[in-house]
Design a protein around this ligand. Structure first.
Ligand SMILES: Cc1ncc(COP(=O)(O)O)c(C=O)c1O
Length: 377
């Protein structure tokens, strides 16, 4: 008996393996192919040499929680208490899992927008919850709040949002957040706000964190990931912010799930995070990569769907082929040597917009090589 009979191996594992098998350039899974800052790495080393190699406190190293509280107050003008409103987690994935485990029971309904990051739905189902999908429409991928209102029933317990949005690169506006605040208050919903790309936003736009909206923040688990911000997805470190009453429930699950996470890395991050340029320089850094890659693809037959944030870019191939996006992505890997992600796998009914997702968190050499191939198609 399987608790998740429909769940197979994730598309990220499939495409990354295929990239290896066919020696293809891997633009599929979302991770940088350039190194994390050596300063940060030596801070981890220092913490280890100084003997910080045993369990961290359950909620995380207090120095890191304090630095996060300071950063969030400065950026979003919202005070989270480091002693009981912040928990350091094994990446955003564990934080999302824990927030769902702490709140969702059998029969509870959870609204998610698709295309959606792939861990939300199986986690909800694992705890007996029912997923109510709302499909965002290409090419804008903007949320329709009337549709959200229509989906809410007596059993709706939570809504999960993700801005900047993976895979579309769409951003929630201030008005979107106000709508979310109004609906979640009116219907008494919990919210998970997956903000792992909070520092990767382009064209001078600002991140609309749930922390900025007082009433919304009172019912929201905000999820962040250091891996996305500091080019070290393999460290799997992130955190959750929530008001004390929600964090209390979150920590009841967290302490029996992992208890605590990597201690020396937490200490290193707490030092590193004290220099704001380490995250404030990120929009410029990634915008340059986005623009570089787009410029290289200018003469290709792909249509480029504008990315406003994240390190992903959608490419529409409807001028090139009528194949399904899965077949198209497979052929692109096998025959041309570029691995990407077909976006239908993120959609509720596997709706196929003939789009693939590429990750541009890559060196210029890799982006050049990939663009040269994509331009030939
Ligand atoms: C939207 C979104 N949420 C969560 C995660 C998971 O982050 P982590 O690697 O910190 O678990 C990712 C990673 O790709 C993501 O894109």
């Amino acid at each position: 008996m399987s608790k998740l009979p429909e769940i197979a191996i994730s598309i990220f594992s499939i495409m990354s393996k295929m990239a290896l098998d066919y020696d293809a350039i891997n633009l599929s899974q979302g991770f940088p192919n350039f190194p994390s800052d050596p300063k940060l790495i030596s801070l981890v080393n220092k913490a280890m040499i100084e003997g910080n190699n045993q369990y961290a406190p359950m909620a995380g190293a207090i120095s890191l929680r304090e630095t996060i509280a300071h950063k969030v107050k400065k950026l979003y003008n919202k005070a989270y208490n480091p002693s009981n409103e912040i928990t350091i987690t094994a990446g955003a994935t564990q934080a999302i899992f824990t927030a769902i485990a702490a709140t969702i029971s059998k029969g509870d309904e959870v609204i998610i927008f698709t295309p959606a990051y792939d861990c939300y739905a199986p986690t909800i189902e694992l705890f007996g919850g029912i997923v109510r999908y709302i499909q965002l429409q290409s090419p804008t991928y903007q949320p329709d709040w009337d549709k959200v209102r229509d989906k809410i029933s007596r059993n709706t317990k939570m809504i999960i949002v993700n801005s900047p949005h993976n895979p579309s690169g769409m951003l929630f506006s201030e008005n979107d957040m106000l709508q979310l605040q109004q609906i979640s208050e009116e219907k008494n919903l919990f919210v998970i706000s997956d903000e792992v790309y909070e520092h990767i936003i382009f064209d001078g736009n600002n991140h609309q964190s749930a922390a900025k909206f007082e009433a919304l923040s009172k019912r929201t688990f905000i999820i962040a990931s250091f891996g996305k911000t500091f080019h070290n997805t393999g460290w799997k470190l992130g955190y959750c912010l929530a008001p004390q009453n929600l964090m209390k429930e979150f920590q009841k699950v967290h302490q029996y799930n992992v208890f605590c996470v990597n201690h020396p890395m937490q200490l290193a991050l707490s030092e590193y995070l004290k220099t704001p340029s380490h995250y404030l320089d990120l929009p410029g850094f990634y915008q340059q990569k986005r623009d570089y890659f787009i410029a290289k693809l200018k003469l290709s037959r792909f249509k480029i769907i504008p990315s406003q944030g994240t390190y992903f870019q959608l490419l529409d191939y409807s001028n090139i082929s009528e194949e399904s996006d899965i077949i198209f992505a497979e052929n692109l890997t096998k025959e041309y040597g570029v691995a990407t992600i077909p976006t239908s796998v993120f959609n509720a009914n596997k709706e196929d917009f003939k789009q693939i997702r590429v990750c541009f968190a890559k060196t210029e050499v890799t982006l050049n090589e990939a663009a040269a191939i994509l331009n030939r198609i």
